[in-house]
Write a protein that binds this ligand. Structure first.
Ligand code: HEM
Length: 134
């Protein structure tokens, strides 16, 4: 199994709980007042579906493949300083929240798997952050 296949399988186990996005936003929003303020007017029904659909794609494809790259460029544009204005420092909280969600719902989660998740998701985060000032 390559590393993308490993995190895809982990996502699938986590998603089987049916609570991936609920748990993610519960944890993410509790991380800091700033984070909860960003989402103060959010329609979470919609947002939770969008996050799940996006993560589902990010775990299956290298960030440089055209489909993934387009998704990441779109997210980069909406999150940049002229959009939601999400400063780069907040992405660590996002990744921590993702890993805590996985630890809660993937019964086979391990420290080694967490390192793989962090390394692969960081490629996507780096692409999003690179557009912050554009
Ligand atoms: C890899 C990290 C992230 C991914 C994959 C991601 C993904 C998404 C997606 C798919 C959407 C909906 C489509 C859009 O509006 O572009 C969205 C919206 C949003 N995201 Fe992110 N996001 C990430 C990180 C963050 C971080 C770190 C924050 C803030 C701390 C954040 C705050 C928001 C906000 C405020 C919205 C709009 C919510 C609304 O419509 O009210 N995101 N994100």
């Amino acid at each position: 199994m390559n590393e993308y296949e490993k995190i895809s399988a982990s996502f699938k186990r986590c998603d089987e709980s049916g609570a991936f996005s609920d748990t993610f936003y519960e944890i993410f929003i509790s991380k800091s007042d700033d984070v909860s303020l960003f989402f103060k007017d959010t329609d979470f029904g919609k947002q939770k579906k969008l996050l799940r659909a996006t993560v589902k794609i990010l775990v299956t494809k290298n960030p440089n493949e055209p489909k993934t790259k387009k998704i990441l460029n779109d997210i980069s544009r909406t999150h940049n300083r002229n959009g939601y204005n999400i400063a780069p420092k907040y992405y660590k909280l996002w990744l921590d929240s993702l890993c805590e969600t996985l630890a809660r719902h993937d019964p086979n989660f391990t420290d080694e798997l967490e390192q793989t998740w962090r390394r692969l998701m960081q490629y996507s985060i780096d692409i999003i952050i690179a557009g912050y000032n554009t």
